[in-house]
Design a protein around this ligand. Structure first.
Ligand code: NAD
Length: 447
């Protein structure tokens, strides 16, 4: 976010109020509107592969944008109205697919951006899914567990006509987890009638294993990111053992990246989350910190590190910087501060275009979100297949398939990027778009 007082500056964020010409009124705008950023990448990738114009036009907006306002009775007896979103971007390749976010910053435009990215990820990973995303605008840290359950169930109820195992399949994202998915699945299965109850487990993925989830899903996004880091290290002849890392966001994605990389000898020397930032040059114990966060809800109070400011966190000298929290975290100043060899984008949209330009000019590699965090949707697909077939695969089977899928996508992106002289992000988008375009060309436009 930045504050501007120049009325001539473009106001990009939806919902912000432009100052009247000549006015010196200060207004707050988002420096980069996430949906516009994603549309711009789409345009750049489309030009790279000469994408048919009608395909670009179709993909430039989501197919459906659903907004629901639903009441929930809070513990004190009062009724609060919540606003929820589900954006269904594209279902050409298969059912809409994508996470549900619980966060106070959720906006329709951000959900649109995230939904579009799911379309690219599914296509990039050769998964028969489309793209979708949803969210509810509230802070899950400020409600009780009972309230959280009621919010989740009412939201699922409000969406029920618009989701389904063959139509639109939610999953966990920022602020949600396997417990959220268990509540969603249970609510949905209670709404479809007894005869269909057992056959609709696949309405959500990322469920707890005992409730129809798959082994390996909890860590899948982090695991996929680590497979990318391994491929990058091979490509650069870089020794991961003995190297260092900073992680922003120590939730599902960030903590698993840190834990799995620690087994390969990578030491996490700096971490941060919504509660603050800390460093330890000797290395933080990723396992213990992960347990701490599960017990305490954040890294705050963890005894193994020294508190630093966000600014200092971004200045730490490390080999790998892994943003695994929110979008728009690496802007111009963070990109100038970063002292690392590679940015491993576990989060969606963590680097804004101004930050990206500086990182690339400084020779810092960026492994883009569209690739790095696609292990989540990939293993979600494995879960959905197991639900359909009433199977349960071993963790080894899941990990082996994921490794093959991530490695293939990594290499395809590297090759495309070298051959077409574009960065890895545009390469990822271009590969995804060319696969979607091939299907539009075959099926053509109805009627
Ligand atoms: P999570 O809720 O488990 O963890 C989010 C982390 O970000 C927490 O540590 C939280 O404290 C931190 N955070 C929140 N606000 C912050 C702020 N203002 N500053 C610093 N840190 C902040 O969520 P997650 O599932 O790990 O998702 C993280 C990112 O990864 C999101 O961008 C999400 O879209 C993306 N992602 C997640 C998955 C998945 O499978 N969970 C898959 C693909 C992409």
């Amino acid at each position: 976010m930045k504050t501007i007082d120049s009325p001539s500056e473009t106001v990009q964020a939806s919902g912000s109020i432009p100052a009247a010409p000549g006015s010196s009124r200060t207004i707050i705008v988002k420096e980069f509107d996430f949906f516009k950023v994603v549309q711009d990448y789409l345009d750049r990738a489309a030009r790279t592969i000469n994408l048919q114009d009608y395909v670009r036009t179709i993909l430039s907006e989501p197919k459906n944008e659903i907004i629901v306002n639903f009441p929930v009775k809070m513990d004190g007896g009062e009724v609060r109205l919540f606003k929820g979103y589900r954006v269904q971007h594209n279902n050409l390749l298969g059912p809409f697919k994508g996470g549900i976010r619980f966060h106070p910053s959720v906006t329709l435009d951000d959900v649109k951006a995230l939904a579009a990215m799911m379309t690219w990820k599914s296509a990039l990973m050769r998964i028969p899914f489309g793209g979708g995303k949803g969210g509810v605008k509230f802070d899950p840290h400020t409600v009780s567990r009972d309230e959280l359950q009621r919010i989740t169930r009412r939201f699922t109820h409000a969406l029920s006509e618009n989701i389904g195992p063959e139509y639109d399949i939610p999953a966990p994202d920022l602020g949600t987890n396997s417990q959220t998915m268990a509540w969603m699945m249970d609510t949905y299965s209670n709404m479809v009638g007894s005869a269909r109850k057992q056959s609709v487990k696949g309405v959500v993925t990322g469920k707890p294993v005992a409730s129809g989830g798959t082994l390996g899903r909890a860590k899948a996004t982090g695991q996929g990111a680590v497979f990318c880091a391994i491929e990058w290290a091979k490509e650069k002849s870089f020794e991961l053992e003995g190297s260092t890392m900073a992680v922003q966001g120590f939730g599902n994605v960030g903590s698993h990246v840190a834990v799995i990389l620690s087994r390969l000898g990578v030491s996490t020397v700096a971490v941060g989350d919504h509660s603050g930032y800390m460093v330890n040059p000797e290395g933080l114990n990723a396992h213990k910190l992960q347990d701490w966060v599960v017990d305490h809800g954040s890294i705050a109070g963890y005894p193994g590190g020294k508190a630093v400011t966000r600014e200092d966190f971004f200045k730490q000298k490390v080999d790998i910087f892994a943003p695994c929290a929110l979008e728009n975290q690496i802007g111009e100043s963070e990109a100038r501060s970063l002292d690392c060899k590679v940015v491993l984008e576990g989060a969606n949209g963590p680097t804004n275009p101004a930050g990206e330009k500086i990182l690339l000019e400084r020779g810092i590699d960026i492994l883009p979100d569209v690739l790095v965090n696609s292990g989540g949707v990939t293993v979600s697909y494995y879960e959905w297949v197991q639900n359909k077939r009433s199977e349960s695969w071993t963790e080894e089977e899941v990990d082996t398939k994921l490794e093959k899928a991530m490695t293939r996508a990594y290499r395809e992106i590297s090759d495309f990027s070298r051959q077409n002289k574009v960065d890895r992000r545009i390469a990822g988008y271009a590969l995804a778009l060319s696969r979607i375009e091939a299907v539009y060309k075959e099926r053509e436009i109805f009627p």
